[in-house]
Design a protein around this ligand. Structure first.
Ligand code: KIV
Ligand code: ZN
Length: 497
């Protein structure tokens, strides 16, 4: 059996389905190019029929990327497949990913159908997609809960119809590793012609078993894994790319490998986290802030004597920069540009100038500028906003009235208002509401400290509701009230779009 495991990255499709994590096309191209440099084999660039934005992103990513195969998702519906094929027109290597639910739950409740009809629809979809592209992947949605005998019939039929890859998703994250492994083994033992296709894993993490199930799938013979950076994805997420890649690197005895350039993992993890406004949990394997931090005395002593006592990987193997430099107000534009590049962000000309100006302002307030600060600055200065916060002044404390005045620039026009509230944030939001005169209700407000310390940059994640729709906004500042107000203004700009 082939000893290469193909890495199919779905950060820009399954990963991007997380509420509040949507990227614009420019940001998606940035991630796609970084995925290409990382060495992924296939990039799932979107679900083109789902929205004009997704359609356009697949077009632009196809133009921007050379080596990886670009994949577009579709349901087993002719119109979906037509649109996927159209979106892939510029891809140098293209794949259509089509499929249908095969578990009895899906057949009965989603399709009100029966097994024979679903099998027929699966075969028709593959044959139809084959008219457009040679490389067709079929997914048996909810394969994790699909009866193995029926699943084997579907897999055999779609391979006969021309599927080059067959994806066995554990859509609900339900399977136990042994169960998932038995499923893949069953297919290898019972499907005629299985050697003509690659079997793929696609595991969700609802019970925290996505990586374990993916590994079980590989050990049972799967040679493609569907993964996302940082394991992002709907609900509890997908299998994380970095975990599978580093497991295979650490366990060479498994006899399989990937073509991933593992030293690029960490910078890309940071870029995705920053662009998607999705913090990485500190204890996350491989890319968490604490993944290589030994705090107990016994561990520190051991690692100082010899790294292998407590470390199974060299942090530099995943691109953790041991000599990570901290920038200050005296750092020049070149140092900033270089550091951003190390973090996977390429900026030049006017864009770099804007970030550098913001960097100097921040460096005046904060002695040391860390990587997370830089990623926040790079993200914040990518777009032009319709509504801008011109100024904010607050009086707050104990025994005084909480008052705020704000100045907004809305499409070039200046507006000012002042208000009171039960605290400085409430007062400032009330002042903004006086100007915008619409009911935009804050549903959630989370404050995140970036590096630590009272002079740190803080990041506010906000969810608001307006006319029955939910919007997400973000704000970063060394001032906690200002970041909350910036997050609110960011939400208003998203409503405006
Ligand atoms: O989880 C899943 O089943 C999917 C399919 C659409 C591949 O994401
Ligand atoms: Zn999925």
């Amino acid at each position: 059996m082939n000893d290469k495991v193909y890495i199919f990255d779905t950060t820009l499709r399954d990963g991007e389905q997380v509420p509040g994590c949507q990227l614009n096309t420019v940001e998606k191209i940035q991630v796609a190019k970084a995925l290409e440099e990382l060495g992924v084999d296939i990039i799932e660039a979107g679900f083109p029929i789902s929205s004009p934005g997704d359609f356009n992103s697949v077009i632009e990513i196809s133009k921007a990327v050379t080596w990886p195969t670009i994949c577009a998702l579709s349901r087993a519906v002719k119109k979906d497949i037509d649109v996927a094929a159209e979106a892939l027109q510029y891809a140098k290597h293209k794949r259509i990913h089509t499929g249908i639910g095969t578990s009895d739950y899906h057949i009965k409740y989603k399709f009100d159908s029966n097994r024979e009809e679903i099998l027929q629809r699966a075969v028709e979809a593959v044959k139809y997609a084959k008219k457009y592209v040679e490389d067709v992947e079929f997914y048996a949605e909810d394969a994790g809960r699909t009866d193995n005998e029926y699943l084997a019939r579907v897999v055999e039929a779609v391979i006969k119809a021309g599927a080059t890859v067959v994806n066995i998703p554990d859509t609900t994250g339900y399977c136990l590793p042994d169960e998932y492994s038995q499923k893949i083994k069953y297919l290898f033992e019972h499907v005629d012609g299985i050697q003509n296709a690659i079997i793929s894993t696609h595991c969700h993490n609802d019970l925290g078993m996505a990586t374990a199930n993916t590994m079980a799938g590989i050990m049972a013979g799967a040679r493609q894994v569907e993964v996302t950076i940082n394991g992002i994805g709907e609900r509890a997420g997908n299998t994380s790319l970095e975990e599978v890649v580093m497991i295979l690197k650490c366990h060479k005895n498994l006899g399989v490998h990937t073509d991933i350039n593992n030293r690029k993992i960490y910078p890309l993890s940071r870029t995705v986290s920053s662009l998607m406004n999705m913090p990485v949990q500190p204890n996350k394997a491989i890319v968490g802030k604490n993944a290589f931090a030994h705090s107990s005395g016994i561990h520190q002593d051991g690692v100082l004597k010899n790294m292998s006592t407590y470390e199974i990987m060299d942090p530099q193997d995943v691109g953790l920069d041991a000599n990570s430099i901290v920038l200050t107000a005296r750092s020049g534009r070149a140092a900033l540009k270089h550091r951003l590049e190390v973090l996977g962000v390429k900026k030049s000309g006017e864009d770099l100038d804007k970030i550098y100006d913001a960097f100097l302002l921040l460096a005046d307030k904060k002695k040391e500028i860390h990587d997370d600060d830089l990623l926040l600055l790079a993200g914040a200065h990518g777009q032009d906003h319709h509504i801008k916060l011109e100024y904010l002044q607050v009086t707050s404390g104990i025994g005084v009235r909480q008052v705020a005045s704000v100045g907004l620039n809305i499409a070039g026009e200046q507006f000012e208002s002042a208000s009171t509230g039960n605290g400085p944030v409430d007062a400032a939001i009330n002042a903004i509401r006086n100007i915008i005169r619409r009911n935009v209700v804050i549903k959630e407000l989370t404050i995140q400290n970036i590096a630590g310390g009272s002079d740190d940059t803080c990041k506010v994640h906000m969810q608001v509701e307006s006319e029955g729709h939910i919007y997400y906004g973000f704000g970063t500042n060394t001032d906690i009230v200002a970041s909350s107000v910036e997050a609110y203004v960011d939400c208003l700009n998203k409503i405006q779009k």
